[in-house]
Design a protein around this ligand. Structure first.
Ligand code: 5GP
Ligand code: MN
Length: 319
């Protein structure tokens, strides 16, 4: 656990950053902490650094204050790494971690080895946003911080469906809802609503999907030329792998999209048995037991063969 008040003693400048290709939890945890500091520690100069935030988050309060410009050289008194498993996943924001006087990590990735001066890592927690909530004084959380934290928790739990949702998760969500936040709008705007092109690429991924290993695994891949054809980028792929996994009888889903010549971003998801974090870590990535990712080289067939080999081994081992 982290004593936030203690960490902020004497602090004049604070930065917060989450993982590259930021998702709802990375954005929500950073904004939640940022808006809390702005309200309760007005003398602290705080700044959020994230890579470009997907347009689905445009309506989120405070999102326009996130900096994507890393040109300034500032040595922060404290740097908060939120929802980020390792230094490399901070992307360009890592420069501020390196020069900060103190670093604090709040995260829920099982692959996080604890790379900061103070580490609060709970792999069983639903989200970094849930963990940020627990370090704040509840009655001092401003409404817009409550919205951000609710959003982060909702995204990482698939709106309270995944097994990472605990009684504590629901209690925290309840107390955030009790603040009077407009949660239906937050969920529609940032989670459920998709653009026409996002729907098209999802359809394409579903059409081209294949069942492998006697239907226990579902797989699909999208080539760069198809991403261009449908006018989509990496952030438009959000939700596809979860949709694939919602196929009766499957235990795991593998989704790839091409990020370069013979290079694929790989997303892995599982339901009950497989530990996909181990597989993603083996290939240089990481994540959680039921949701993990990595980047792999080779043809689509190389990538799938390599991953399914590891899945097969786990199935045999766990049978
Ligand atoms: P996604 O498949 O949605 O990109 O990621 C699923 C989970 O795995 C997220 O928690 C994400 O942070 C983590 N993850 C995805 N790709 C990588 C990667 O290349 N390296 C690491 N360390 N974690 C990843
Ligand atoms: Mn997360």
């Amino acid at each position: 656990m982290i004593n936030l008040a203690q960490e902020l003693q004497g602090v004049r400048t604070a930065a917060m950053a989450g993982h590259i290709r930021p998702d709802g939890d990375a954005i929500g945890s950073c904004l939640g902490l940022y808006l809390y500091l702005r309200e309760n520690y007005p003398d602290i100069q705080a700044k959020i650094y994230l890579e470009e935030v997907p347009t689905a988050f445009d309506s989120v309060y405070g999102v326009e204050e996130i900096s994507t410009d890393y040109s300034e050289d500032i040595e922060y008194d404290v740097f908060f790494c939120l929802d980020c498993a390792d230094e490399r996943r901070l992307g360009p924001a890592d420069k501020y971690r390196k020069t900060a006087r103190r670093t604090v990590c709040i995260d829920h990735h099982v692959s996080n080895g604890g790379f900061a001066d103070a580490n609060y890592i709970v792999p069983d927690a639903s989200s970094a946003s849930e963990l940020v909530f627990t370090v704040l004084e509840e009655d001092k959380i401003p409404i817009h911080a409550a919205e951000a934290l609710y959003m982060g928790i909702a995204h990482d739990t698939g709106v309270f469906r995944y097994s990472c949702t605990s009684p504590q998760t629901m209690q925290i969500a309840a107390s955030l809802i009790a603040r009077g936040i407009d949660f239906p709008s937050i969920l529609s705007a940032t989670f459920y609503d998709k653009t026409y092109y996002q729907k098209q690429i999802l359809g394409r991924a579903l059409l081209e999907s294949m069942l492998l290993m006697d239907g226990k695994v579902i797989f699909s891949a999208i080539k760069a030329k198809d991403m261009k054809f449908y006018n989509v980028t990496s952030s438009d792929m959000e939700g596809i792998v979860e949709n694939l996994l919602q196929t009766s009888g499957t235990e795991a889903a593998i989704f790839l999209y091409e990020t370069g010549v013979n290079e694929y971003k790989v997303s892995l998801r599982s339901k009950n048995v497989l530990d996909v974090s181990v597989i993603a870590s083996y290939f240089g990535g990481g994540g959680h037991v039921r949701a993990a990712g990595c980047t792999m080289q080779g043809s689509i067939y190389d990538v799938v063969n390599n991953i399914t080999l590891h899945m097969e081994k786990q199935f045999l081992h766990k049978a």
